[in-house]
Design a protein. Structure first.
Length: 428
């Protein structure tokens, strides 16, 4: 089927309103499937004879596949366009969810999650490159916020659907069938409406795509030569390790401390998703007009740090939900502004490769985080959250020292140079 094309908006970017609307819908439906499965994974793992550590391994294998394949999908999207890669990711989700429905051993559950990791790693990095294709610098944080809102909406609706389906059927497989069906609908919508946004593909003036695309070595070489971009990526990696340690132990923590049920787990994730929707879909649009991306990123990181430390001390389910909502507020502020900042500092022809590396490193952090988190949970229930809070505090300091202050110093040097030049001109 021939790809729909976007019109140029006059800024060298394809017109973004319709394109982002379709992308929002695709990411939303994709995340519904993800959200349906996540709340039941610890219980499914337990039914199949698993432990906290095997639950961590189930989460880790998913992220390991993302780490391996996200940069690959990102580079291919720079060569072949964004649309075909997103379509491949959605089609893969149909297959992986369908296979998940037939899972009856722990090994099969791990294999199904590995396949999901391979194909979903095609969707998010490419969606981020899609946003970069269709937005200018000042609109970029809003674009990433919109994708974050789709993510949050999917995580809000998915658990609610999953909890309802399980209450009706008492069968984990019914949730996997539903997720596979939702992915079928998503593929049909994307095939019909999702446009191509890679500029040279839209204008049909691409030269040799193998030469235009940036290889992994080129991307790594660019990172080494650009310390600011490298520092932003390293900061995001530390954020991911801290935050994934929290998310991977959130439900096991609730199960052990408060006897959390599948319905309770769905409610927790529903509220977290609603906060993400409000923050990234509404609040962030206002905040980006008032504050810079780096300021919002530091504020978001600080909120998460406070929230993680507080989470280790929650006394009941209500406080667990409230603190989770507070952490979601910080994540929904810090995450999209970090991505927007990275996109602003990266040349257009390197967007897919650099964003792919960023997501790949984040996925690597999510490989280790569940294993670290569940190991710490076995030592002390509050330890994973102290670990995450401390690591994120270090990440915030690292960012301020190596990125934000550096930019301030550069601006100051430019101001001094301009003043010296002005004085010299007057003397002449």
């Amino acid at each position: 089927m021939k790809a729909h094309k976007t019109e140029d908006n006059g800024n060298g970017k394809p017109s973004n309103r319709k394109a982002l609307s379709v992308l929002f819908l695709s990411v939303f439906i994709d995340l519904i499937g993800f959200g349906i499965i996540i709340p039941i994974l610890p219980y499914w793992n337990e039914v199949l004879g698993g432990t906290n550590f095997s639950y961590g391994a189930i989460l880790s294998i998913y992220s390991l596949m993302q780490f391996v394949f996200a940069p690959i999908w990102g580079r291919i999207s720079d060569k072949r366009g964004r649309r075909p890669i997103i379509l491949i990711g959605i089609a893969g989700s149909i297959i992986s969810f369908f296979l998940l429905a037939f899972t009856y051993t722990l090994a099969m559950l791990i294999i199904a999650r590995a396949l999901q990791g391979i194909f979903t790693s095609a969707t998010l990095p490419t969606a981020q490159a899609f946003v970069s294709d269709t937005t200018t610098g000042e609109e970029r944080a809003k674009g990433f916020g919109l994708i974050g809102a789709a993510f949050g909406l999917g995580l809000a609706v998915g658990p609610a659907i999953g909890g309802g389906l399980y209450a009706l059927t008492s069968q984990y497989s019914s949730l996997a069938y539903f997720a596979s069906g939702a992915s079928v609908i998503n593929l049909i919508i994307a095939l019909i409406f999702l446009p191509e946004t890679l500029k040279c593909k839209v204008e049909e003036n691409c030269e040799d795509l193998e030469e235009v695309a940036v290889s992994r070595k080129d991307s790594l070489r660019y990172l080494i030569s650009n310390k600011e971009v490298l520092a932003i990526i390293l900061t995001f990696s530390m954020l991911t390790l801290a935050f994934a340690s929290y998310t991977s132990t959130l439900l096991p923590y609730g199960i052990e401390k408060f006897d959390l049920t599948t319905e309770d787990a769905s409610i927790v994730l529903l509220i977290v998703g609603i906060i993400a929707i409000i923050t990234q879909g509404v609040l962030l649009r206002f905040l980006t007009k008032k504050f810079s991306n780096s300021t919002l990123m530091v504020a978001g990181f600080t909120i998460i740090t406070i929230g993680l430390i507080a989470f280790s001390q929650v006394a009941n389910l209500l406080w667990m939900i409230l603190v989770s909502a507070f952490i979601a507020l910080g994540s929904s502020t810090g995450n999209p502004t970090n991505q927007a900042l990275l996109s602003q500092r990266t040349p257009a022809d390197k967007q897919g490769g650099i964003l792919g590396i960023n997501q790949g490193l984040a996925a690597l952090m999510r490989v280790f985080a569940p294993l670290i988190g569940t190991a710490l949970l076995n030592v002390n229930l509050g330890l994973p959250f102290f670990f995450g809070g401390g690591l994120l505090a270090l990440a915030t300091i690292f960012f301020v020292v190596f990125v934000r202050n550096r930019k301030t110093r550069e601006n100051g040097e430019k101001s001094v140079e301009a003043l010296v030049s002005l004085v010299a001109d007057n003397l002449d």
